[in-house]
Design a protein around this ligand. Structure first.
Ligand code: NAD
Ligand code: GLY
Length: 356
């Protein structure tokens, strides 16, 4: 098992990565300090992994909430349901919430933990590749509104992240590929050496090779933990983790959260950001091509479908959380491994890239 520490100003917490992480039931139980726990998961995940988590916590008073799967469920209605269940449980300040699932369950559970009694403990048990390398780490929690993704949320860090690689065996292939988009993001934004490593090993990752996955997840988490330790609340460097995300969130919102998966939208968004950087003569066009090729090999989309209207996408992009006083800030790059924040990108240039 590998362990990476997320070190914050006031405390730190571990990310445990390996094949037997959930088999250590004593370790899981010891993270629940009080008597009460609420496990939140979804209908796809529960049949596989819920019984083992419940068995590990049999000495505690445990409630479970199982939601339907999907981005459409990451909303204020589901959040309110969690609040009512906590109230029915008479949950006290020492209750622990447990997110068993992908980024949807993790973001919703984290936000509920941030709000109940102004903040209680929560554990992330990510069961998708995307959640293992990104959403479970770093304390960004949120739900979506119809008008925009993740608009209601809080920074609230988990007490631990338990990433058990065996859970990926039941993950649908499309979801695995979507997770690879966020893995590739770390190489594209920060680490050309990691990008080259991914170019050599992407097929092994698609085949769930254990050594390759452990390496890819650990390297991704090291990047994420480093950035979050230096900039927990996204005052600067953390924005770089959003390479491609302003485009991606606009695509997801425009599709009503039922079209591309988040990772797929991020793959398209990163390609658009790379192409825009090349058009603005900030970065070599060859790097944009290299990024597109790797994403294609990972089975990911790299361009916008024709039915998405570029003007509508631009309007959505203006609601992005990085925008200040209505002015867009985008994450562009100077080439592989060198992302930066750019204000005042011309709307004409953005529209040109959006319309292909
Ligand atoms: P997801 O949570 O929707 O999970 C993907 C699908 O796989 C779901 O249908 C789920 O039921 C199923 N599933 C999950 N684990 C499984 C398993 N082991 N076996 C079988 N089925 C399984 O999607 P995701 O890609 O994990 O997360 C996307 C969400 O994460 C988005 O809402 C995105 O905004 C958010 N996100 C948040 C952050 C952050 O920093 N908080 C970062 C990146 C993404
Ligand atoms: N996924 C971007 C971040 O955590 O900041």
């Amino acid at each position: 098992m590998r362990q990476i520490q997320v070190s914050l100003a006031k405390r730190s917490y571990p990310i445990r990565i390996g094949n037997d992480v959930l088999a250590d039931t004593a370790a899981l139980a010891s993270l629940v300090m009080g008597k009460q726990a609420l496990i939140i998961t979804d209908e796809n995940i529960a049949p596989f992994y819920l019984p083992a988590i419940q068995a590990a916590l049999q000495s505690k008073t445990v409630q479970t909430l199982i939601f339907p799967p999907g981005e459409q469920e990451k909303n204020l209605v589901r959040f309110t349901e969690v609040m009512h269940v906590l109230a029915e449980m008479k949950a006290s300040r020492d209750v622990t919430l447990i997110a068993l699932g992908g980024g949807v369950v993790g973001d919703l559970t984290g936000f509920a933990a941030a709000c109940w009694m102004r903040g209680v403990r929560f554990i992330q048990i990510p069961t998708t590749l995307l959640a293992m390398v990104d959403s479970s780490v770093g304390g960004k929690t949120a739900v979506d509104l119809e008008s925009g993704k993740n608009l209601v949320g809080a920074f609230h860090q988990p007490v631990a992240v338990l990433a058990d690689l065996t859970t990926l065996k039941t993950l649908p292939e499309r979801e695995l590929k979507a997770g690879l988009a966020e893995v590739i993001k770390y190489g594209a934004a920060f680490d050309v050496g990691f990008f080259s490593w991914l170019e050599k090993h992407v097929e092994e990752l698609l085949a769930l090779d254990e050594t390759g996955l452990t390496e890819a997840i650990s390297r991704s988490c090291r990047h994420k933990a480093g950035v979050v330790s230096r900039d927990e609340t996204e005052q600067g460097e953390r924005m770089l983790l959003n390479l491609g995300h302003t485009f991606a969130h606009a695509i997801e919102t425009e599709q009503g959260y039922g079209g591309f998966l988040h990772g797929e939208a991020v793959a398209i968004g990163m390609c658009l950001a790379a192409r825009l950087s090349a058009q603005l003569k900030r970065a070599p066009a060859a790097d944009a091509e290299r990024l597109g090729n790797l994403l294609k090999r990972a089975g990911l989309p790299t361009s916008l479908p024709a039915e998405l209207d570029s003007e509508a996408l631009l309007m959505r992009m203006k609601l992005d959380k990085k925008a200040l006083s209505g002015s867009l800030r985008l994450i562009l790059w100077r080439g592989l491994g060198r992302a930066d924040v750019v204000a005042d990108v011309s709307e004409t240039a953005i529209l040109r890239v959006l319309s292909g």
